[in-house]
Design a binder for this molecule. Sequence first.
Ligand SMILES: [Zn+2]
Length: 75
Amino acid sequence: MAHKETWYCNTCGGLDVRHDAVARYNPETSEFDNIAVLDDTWCEDCMEASSGENVGDPAFGIPGVTNECEDGELT
Ligand SMILES: [Zn+2]
């Protein structure tokens, strides 16, 4: 896999990170438009492997590389 920044899980290393978002139904396309992506994130793999309390530790960066900052924010 290329060394490219993405959302991944610090707990299991998975890439199936989900984001809370706001969607609006579009009757023109019969699909939901993504209006906004909210702050809440969780790892779907950790969610399925647990009772739902441990939802992983999603972070933005390059998987396998230690990141100096979290959430993709430069300090
Ligand atoms: Zn995980």
